[in-house]
Design a protein around this ligand. Structure first.
Ligand code: MLT
Length: 404
């Protein structure tokens, strides 16, 4: 009989967003006429911009002709895309990242789940609390998190870095020695950002202790305030301690198209091994590259028209964030985030986050995400996303106002 990976059975419940989708589907079944506004999962609603769809059409035509047809993509990504990324996302911001340190993938979710394969099973991870569940769940599946305590909602081998009202949602350094430190800033789910000097503290710590930071910068396009770093490589010394993950989902609307990338600098070594070479080896073995047409679409994101069109799109989502922030504040809620991020993090008024979820769904037909689903310190909070249509965000806030 096959011996299975029993770590899977340690996972409490199903993946957060699957649980929510099931709850909403069951509500819809009992209330077929309900006009549900979905501000739960961070999924975009605006269509791909013309620069991107034009690039897709052209690439599809190329694939239909013998002279221009392409088979397997290079497993680390086409150089036209890796060059555009290195130039636009890094060198233009003063970060010394070269195209061969970029690894193109099918999205940041897979990268953030897979990156843990580079580390030993006895490595200890530190995560923010609340946290994007993929970092934790993928480490649980690998067997790195120990046992789950239902009472506290914590894993006994995980080091938690609370991001709460008292510390302005800025994590302190891990209290115990961590080997891998996951950071996502601007943060999912709190929507709060770190200043460069706050991130520098983590970089200095990692260089001192030998830890590796996994920096998820999926929401960098939403940064509004000065002094908030778009990349961890804006910090001194980050190339010897940090891996950065990026997504095309939230900035360019690729949630359904799938494209992302990771940056593993060549200077990043541990125990005499190059993490860059290890990640390249892993990509080569387990990945056949993102589709050519999608990589051409990704390249178009960095064209002049692409940049202009995407800027407008992000402006629209930022306006939504403002509508939600103001709407909630006017209705008397305590609200965080939504300035450098598409996520708005509100305090639930005297009820648990799942009770608040049920109340919002039942009374207002609004779907959000219960803070408790992101970890124990998320309890008492609720996340709304600005990725809905503008009309729906306005409508949702009218409902909130009526029910407050
Ligand atoms: C979220 O809602 O937290 C994200 O959309 C999930 C994801 O990007 O995978």
């Amino acid at each position: 009989m096959a011996v299975i990976n029993e770590n899977f059975s340690k996972l409490p419940g199903s993946y957060l967003f699957s649980t929510i989708a099931k709850k909403v589907a069951s509500y819809k079944e009992s209330n077929p006429d309900a006009d549900i506004i979905r501000l739960g999962i961070g999924d975009v609603t605006k269509p791909l911009v013309p620069a991107v769809t034009n690039a897709l059409h052209l690439a599809v035509d190329e694939m239909g002709k013998e002279e221009t047809f392409r088979g397997y993509a290079p497993d680390l990504g086409y150089s036209f895309l890796r060059e555009a990324i290195a130039e636009n996302d890094f060198r233009m911001r003063g970060c010394d990242i070269s195209s061969d340190e970029i690894f193109v993938s099918d999205g940041a979710k897979s990268d953030s789940a897979d990156i843990q394969e580079l580390f030993g099973l006895d490595a200890r991870i530190a995560v923010c609390d609340p946290v994007y569940p993929v970092y934790l769940d993928s480490n649980v599946m690998a067997g790195r998190c120990g046992e789950y305590d239902k009472e506290s909602g914590k894993w006994d081998r995980v080091i938690y870095m609370p991001c709460i009202e008292d510390n302005g949602f800025v994590p302190s350094l891990p209290k115990e020695e961590a080997d891998i430190i996951y950071l996502c800033f601007p943060n999912n789910p709190t929507g709060m950002a770190l200043k460069k000097e706050e991130l520098q503290v983590f970089v200095d710590h990692a260089n001192k202790t030998g830890a590796v930071i996994i920096f998820d910068a999926a929401y960098e396009a939403y940064i509004t305030q000065e002094g908030v770093p778009h990349s961890i490589y804006e910090c001194d010394g980050a190339k010897t301690c940090a891996i950065e993950l990026r997504s095309f989902s939230k900035n360019a609307g690729f949630t359904g198209l799938r494209l992302g990338y990771s940056v593993v600098p060549k200077e990043l070594n541990r125990m005499g091994n190059s993490l860059h070479d290890m990640w390249a080896r892993r990509h080569g073995t387990k990945f056949n590259g993102a589709p050519y047409i999608v990589q051409r679409a990704g390249e178009a994101v960095y064209s002049k028209e692409g940049k202009d069109q995407i800027k407008e799109q992000i402006k629209g989502y930022k306006e939504n964030a403002k509508v939600i922030r103001e709407g909630l504040k006017n209705a008397g809620y305590t609200v965080y985030g939504g300035v450098d991020s598409p996520y708005i993090w509100l305090k639930t008024p005297g009820m648990s986050s799942w009770d608040f979820f049920d109340m919002m769904l039942d009374k207002m037909n609004i779907v959000g995400t219960p803070g408790g689903g992101f970890g124990p310190s998320g309890e008492g909070y609720f996340r709304l996303t600005a990725f809905g249509s503008h009309e729906n965000c306005l409508k949702a806030m009218e409902r909130v106002a009526k029910n407050s």
